[in-house]
Design a protein around this ligand. Structure first.
Ligand code: ATP
Length: 508
């Protein structure tokens, strides 16, 4: 199946089975805003809980907080968001479509990258076992030409962005002959900077009201609370503060379902370290976060690191964990060494001392910060796009199954009486009334057992428990595994243990 078609089916499935709905759908929707349905909210909660468990419960030196979305407006001045949280936008006059100018250039660069990869693959086939990729990419004339071209374009893009020179970005787009993917023309407007923060007003009378921003990231709530937490929890450096919550960005282009939303949720952790030790901790968190992703059982080839060449003004190292979405490898999580940029800025703008006293060194300093920042909705999309399968079965029939890692599945077990008579529903209800205290379960008695299995497959329920006539005699049931479709018989009193064991995460 082509990736585009796969993605279309996935989004249709997400709606049909109550995972994700377009916001305000009966009013024709609100662009890039989504609601989570009855199964979506369970999956989302499970991902968030698993992140929290890994980042707070399993870490002795990390605690969590929940800061408000509204914050003092000067915070966003100090953090640099008021002046610099901009994206360059450009419109095509024929299609009237709006794009991020830097993304148009990045897409062009990705095409050059593809050409290089094709050359490498062709050569690998030609040379077979003796192929030396490193030697090939540093000597092959065509590859060298592509690499030089790509470097020059990148330099021009970065120079233009750093100097806030939107005229040079427009020139770059024109020189490269980039056309609008919709109209196919080069009829572009000028490039303009656009601030991504949403603003609103606080206060009841309009004259006295002050302008506020909806937070574009959760991190600042942690920075401004860092001493409150450090003192009240008596934390010693190195220590971390974790938080999950909504963030808002007025994204220019938001087309890939829940990949890029205007209202979304982040899961962030800021780790406070001694100045000079930040790169050691950056390497540590890079590895830890990748281990977290792999602990769910999604294969490693779906993930890769992308180290940043161009760093933000506040960072001295940065990497993305990219996931292979149906539309290619894209950022899922960012890991940044943010130096003391934020705390220094808050100290300056608030006039409050934000130093930490390090008793071991007998020294007071502003800590450096390494952060891990992942989008909950993007993680949701990663899980869903890995999980969606269409399978042909041995008997010729087909099924759609969501192979969601069992610990994240919305419903852990379905309890199904084989038929809705002969006392089987009563027995099944008894089981439901026990299991529901430990797991999210569903009871279903309508339709044939085969159809009920399919419905549970489609929402990713890892275990179906079937109560049949034998159950009444010997207190056993069958438990069917979603992925293998194998069934085994076990006694009812062993069910809780059996399910708990199956949905427990691997050790990170
Ligand atoms: P991008 O380059 O995709 O715009 P970013 O580098 O601006 O992302 P960060 O500011 O590092 O993203 O935010 C951390 C994480 O928050 C991202 O890795 C992503 O998972 C998530 N995220 C950021 N913007 C959005 C959005 N508009 N919708 C959904 N998730 C988002």
């Amino acid at each position: 199946m082509k990736q585009e078609e796969y993605f279309k089916k996935l989004t249709a499935h997400a709606k049909e089975y109550g995972f994700v709905f377009q916001s305000s759908e009966i009013y024709d929707g609100l662009s890039a805003v989504y609601d989570y349905g009855q199964n979506g909210v369970e999956l989302k909660n499970n991902i968030r809980n698993y992140w929290w468990k890994a980042m707070v419960q399993l870490q002795e030196n990390i605690v969590g907080i929940d800061a408000a979305i509204f914050m003092h407006p000067t915070i966003w001045k100090a953090s640099g968001h008021v002046d610099a949280f901009n994206d360059p936008l450009i419109d095509n006059k024929d299609s009237k479509k709006r794009y991020r100018a830097d993304v148009l250039v990045e897409d062009y660069l990705a095409k050059i990258e593809d050409k290089i990869n094709k050359e490498v693959e062709r050569a690998r086939k030609r040379f077979g076992e003796s192929f030396d990729e490193q030697q090939f990419v540093t000597t092959n004339a065509r590859v060298l030409e592509y690499t030089a071209q790509s470097k020059e374009i990148r330099n021009r893009l970065y120079a233009g962005m750093d100097a806030n020179d939107m005229v040079s970005i427009k020139e770059l787009i024109e020189d490269l002959g980039i056309v609008c993917p919709v109209s196919g023309t080069r009829n572009w407007t000028d490039v303009r900077q656009f601030n991504l923060m949403f603003s609103t007003k606080m206060g009841s009378v309009s004259e006295g009201a002050s302008e506020l921003y909806l937070r574009p990231e959760t991190a600042q709530g942690i920075f401004v609370n860092y001493l409150n937490v450090q003192k009240t929890a008596r934390m010693k450096i190195p220590f971390g503060i974790a938080q999950t919550g909504k963030a808002f960005r007025n994204e220019i282009v938001a087309r890939q379902f829940i990949f890029r939303m205007r209202e979304f949720e982040q899961m962030e952790m800021q780790f406070f370290v001694r100045p000079g030790e930040e790169l050691k901790w950056f390497a540590y968190w890079k590895e830890e976060r990748m281990k977290w992703h792999l602990s769910m059982g999604i294969p490693p080839e779906k993930f890769r690191f992308h180290d940043h060449e161009k760093l933000s003004h506040y960072a001295n190292a940065a990497t993305d964990i990219e996931f292979e979405f149906p539309f290619g490898f894209k950022e899922l999580e960012g890991i940044h060494s943010r130096t003391d940029f934020d705390l220094e800025a808050h100290q300056k703008f608030s006039g409050k001392k934000l130093h930490y006293f390090d008793a071991e060194l007998n020294q007071s300093y502003i800590p450096y910060v390494v952060e891990t920042s992942i989008g909950l909705d993007r993680m949701f999309l990663a899980v869903l796009s890995y999980a969606y399968r269409e399978e042909k079965l041995a008997d010729g029939s087909e099924r759609v199954v969501l192979m969601i890692p069992p610990m994240l599945a919305p419903v852990k077990a379905a309890i199904l009486p084989l038929v809705a008579k002969d006392g089987l529903p009563e027995k099944a209800r008894e089981i439901m009334d026990t299991l529901k205290y430990d797991f999210n379960c569903q009871y279903e008695e309508k339709d044939s057992i085969g159809r009920r299995y399919r419905r549970q497959d489609a929402i990713g329920t890892p275990y179906c428990i079937t109560v049949d006539h034998q159950s009444l005699e010997d207190n056993t049931v069958t438990i069917r595994d979603r992925d293998s479709m194998n069934q085994e018989r076990i006694t009812i009193d062993k069910l809780t243990m059996a399910i708990a064991q199956k949905i427990r995460p691997q050790r990170i």
